[in-house]
Design a protein around this ligand. Structure first.
Ligand code: DI6
Ligand code: FE
Length: 408
């Protein structure tokens, strides 16, 4: 056998549902890589003979290998922060006071408009590094803090550039319909018009987005407005997803399912009818425990119904300065178990196999199997449940991205 690298002294949580064991586990395993692909994996005692003198051999110290983590929902490009609002609220200010002081999402819009591409790149790079240090190898990044053509394009360009200059793969999502900008106050329909007729064509021209998202909510865009943006995106060949049912049940998830969305995200207020709709369309349910925690939400997403209808559950950080200022995918594993009562195996599937599905990249990444891209993490843990169980002692040892050792 001619291999580029062989891993031994490992256990593998493959997350491959075709393997019967929990986590698709293979204990006392071995794995062989050629170029960027896994070419052999299985029990070590079945490892075929290979040239031990010319092949680099990596020993995993009996740790666990998982697929590289995928954070399928972030807003990690923004300028400024909202610590002052956090502090104001804890000192008794209301949201209204804060809004009147120019706060909320529009304060981030102001800061992001004022930032240069280079400044946004540097801010984004640091945040991406923080995620990568916890084993993230693929991330989705949304625009949505520009709300004008130049700044939305600027954010997406920065996201694309980050993907080119970092080992973490970046999928980009245009979220121009995140909030109604001040220039269009009380004219949401006119803004949607602008998104559909001016922004989406400009984004397509530069190939800046892989998908389009909308914040469908009573404080943002209603159902007909959401439908306009998503159908336009779909017709132009872009993938679609939706911030839906975060604060109320608007029926956004059913609409998104009908249009073939990859995922509906947040969904605390999703009901059984909505769960049936997304199950029928193969749409993933993205759960965002960081926002649930930070907003001190009490309405739980319908986890039992999602299980009952076998909807793939995704876990993501939603990292953003307003509702989830928590730049950690590993902490989301813990929170999805403690707050949403997911099992550690469901949580891990949510940042691997199901996250890959939600980004349309499941043919390549998200599970470890022969023929898949060699994106994986080696962790100093004794069982895969430890990734969700404990937080703060980062157990990451190595990361291999597309066959290359990028972290040790
Ligand atoms: N839902 C959220 O929780 C964030 N965006 C969204 O659509 C909030 C974004 C922010 O407050 O900056
Ligand atoms: Fe979000």
């Amino acid at each position: 056998m001619e291999w580029d690298q062989v891993w031994i002294d490992i256990n593998i949580a493959s997350m491959n549902p075709d393997l019967a064991a929990d986590y698709g586990a293979i204990t006392d395993a071995a794995m062989a890589i050629v170029a960027d692909k896994i070419v052999w994996m299985g029990p070590r005692d079945q490892l075929p003979a290979f040239d031990v003198l010319s092949t680099p051999i990596y020993r995993g110290g009996s740790g666990w290998i998982t697929p590289g983590l995928i954070d399928a929902h972030t807003h990690l490009i923004f300028a400024g922060n909202r610590a002052n609002e956090f502090e104001m609220r804890l000192n008794g200010a209301s949201y209204q006071d804060i809004a009147q002081a120019g706060g909320g999402i529009l304060s981030t819009v102001k800061a992001t408009r004022a930032a240069t591409e280079a400044e946004l790149f540097e801010l984004g790079r640091k945040r991406l590094n923080a995620l990568a240090k916890e084993g993230v190898t693929t991330v989705e990044i949304k625009s949505g803090y520009g709300l004008d053509k130049d700044t939305e394009l600027k954010m997406l360009r920065v996201a694309r550039e980050l993907g080119k200059h970092h080992h973490v793969d970046v999928k980009t999502t245009f979220l121009g319909a995140h909030a109604v900008p001040p220039e269009y106050k009380d004219r949401a329909n006119d803004y949607v018009d602008f998104v559909v007729k001016e922004m989406i064509p400009a984004i397509l021209e530069e190939n800046l987005a892989d998908a389009v998202d909308v914040f469908c909510e009573n404080i943002a865009f209603d159902l007909p407005q959401t439908q306009r943006v998503l159908t336009t995106a779909k017709a132009r060949g872009l993938d679609i997803k939706l911030h839906a049912e975060q604060l109320s049940n608007m029926g956004g998830s059913t609409l998104a399912a009908t249009l073939g969305a990859q995922s509906v995200d947040h969904i605390e207020y999703l009901d059984e009818e909505g769960v049936k709709a997304i199950a029928a369309s193969g749409t993933c349910a993205t759960l965002l425990p960081g926002a649930f925690y930070f907003l001190r939400e009490t309405q739980l997403p319908p986890i039992d119904l999602l299980r009952q209808y076998q909807v793939p559950m995704v876990i993501a950080s939603d990292y953003n300065p307003g509702s989830s200022p928590i730049c950690s995918t590993l902490l989301m594993l813990n929170m999805s178990c403690t707050l949403f009562r997911l099992t550690p195996e469901e949580a891990l599937a949510g940042v691997t196999r199901n996250a890959a599905k939600a980004l349309g990249i499941a043919a390549n990444v998200g599970v470890l199997a022969v023929g898949m891209q060699a994106d994986f993490c080696l962790w100093d843990i004794q069982s895969p449940a430890e990734l969700a169980y404990s937080y703060g002692r980062n157990p990451l040892v190595n990361v291999v991205k597309a066959g290359k050792l990028v972290h040790q």
